[in-house]
Design a protein around this ligand. Structure first.
Ligand code: ATP
Ligand code: FE
Length: 356
């Protein structure tokens, strides 16, 4: 099967072409991602109107480029997959309308994909991983544990009750005058810092379950920074490194302990090939990754981290999710309604229609 994927739900405009035959590794024939970081930089966050306009302007070009790079024509395709939510509605609508137009012109089937399902199914694109596996999605906008039972059934075990860790990394960088995106900048500073100098909280570790909280860490960082500034009149290079190290260690501790608990729930299913897969930009963090690897090794579970370009927003994961759903016959025009909110766990949100 050869699928075109289209993604425009946040601040990346993306198109990709994937080819897959059962039993063989999938081939990413092209994966084009046009970021909008520069467009939003002056505003300190993604501006929905600017994002929507940029998606509308760039989508055609992204699709053309993905087709050209892959050497695939519309006639060679078996279907089109497009992100139908959750996300900024303007961008999602642009993608869905483009997919509909292409489908009308060609007669190709369209599969409306949940963006989070795209992230959650990515480890099956890169590795031939069997269901059920545990997924930790940890990015700038999301943080949750999911048991992926099938291409369409996701069981949420818990997640953040406030901010996502990536957002906390970005905020930390901002408070310390570091570059955006904050994650890589904080990580670099943290490698030379003393994680023990400042005492950061480990929110919700005292409570059972897999829920997490990261907004308190931001506040703790702000307080610690202000205390140092009040005392010395400014921050030294080493102060900054120590603050970053302390903050990062707290995030890693929380993710590691909650992962350990999520693995316990998952182990009760007696999976044949037990595995934890991560996705999202924060999964690139070396400290977080090292801790998760240790937790997995202790539990006898394999740890899978797809390459970063497939962990962050892209259209290859959307094309792949489209192929999985198409092959299962598990898609319908009802999935093509653009939805700003679309939780993955059907038990948590009856609105999630499988279309059947
Ligand atoms: P979403 O995909 O959930 O809508 P997003 O587009 O912000 O949100 P991603 O593109 O997956 O998320 O990841 C970006 C986030 O990952 C940013 O917040 C960034 O700071 C963070 N990040 C990237 N690299 C690292 C790192 N090495 N350490 C920690 N955080 C990182
Ligand atoms: Fe995403």
């Amino acid at each position: 099967l050869t699928f075109l994927g289209i993604e425009s739900s946040c601040d990346d405009t993306a198109a990709a072409v994937i080819r897959h035959a059962p039993g063989l590794p999938a081939q990413i024939l092209a994966s084009v991602v046009e970021g909008q970081t520069a467009l939003h930089a002056a505003f300190g966050g993604v501006v929905p109107e600017i994002a929507a306009r940029a998606h509308a302007e760039r989508l055609d070009h992204c699709v053309e480029q993905a087709l050209a790079e892959s050497g695939v024509t519309l006639a060679d395709l078996d279907g089109i997959a497009v992100t139908a939510g959750p996300g900024l509605i303007g961008g999602v609508l642009s993608g869905v309308m483009l997919a509909r137009g292409l489908s009308m012109a060609t007669g190709l089937p369209i599969v409306g994909v949940n963006h989070l399902a795209g992230h959650a199914l990515t480890p099956r694109l890169t590795d031939q991983l069997a269901f059920p596996y545990l997924m930790l999605l940890v990015s700038g906008g999301h943080c949750q544990f999911l048991i992926v039972h099938s291409e369409q059934r996701f069981e949420r075990l818990g997640g953040t009750i406030d901010d996502a860790p990536g957002e906390a990394f970005d905020k930390t960088a901002k408070l310390l005058g570091l570059n955006q995106p904050g994650g890589p900048a904080v990580q670099t500073e943290a490698t030379l810092g003393d994680a023990k100098r400042f005492a950061f909280p480990r929110p919700l570790l005292d409570r059972p379950g897999c829920d997490m909280s990261f907004s308190g860490l931001k506040t703790a960082l702000l307080r610690a920074r202000d205390a140092v500034m009040a005392e010395k009149g400014g921050l030294t290079v080493q102060d900054r490194r120590d603050l970053c190290a302390g903050f990062q260690a707290a995030v890693a501790d929380v993710l590691a302990e909650k992962t350990r608990r999520a693995l316990e729930v998952y182990a009760a299913l007696n999976p044949e090939q037990p595995a934890l897969a991560v996705a999202g930009g924060v999964a690139a963090n070396t400290a977080v990754r090292a801790r998760l690897e240790t937790v997995c090794a202790q539990a006898g579970v394999s740890f899978l981290a797809p390459p970063l370009r497939l962990c962050t927003d892209n259209a290859a994961m959307i094309a792949w999710a489209g192929i999985e759903r198409f092959r299962a016959g598990d898609y319908s025009p009802a999935d093509l309604v653009a939805r700003p909110r679309w939780p993955l766990d059907a038990t948590a949100a009856p609105l999630l229609g499988s279309g059947k």
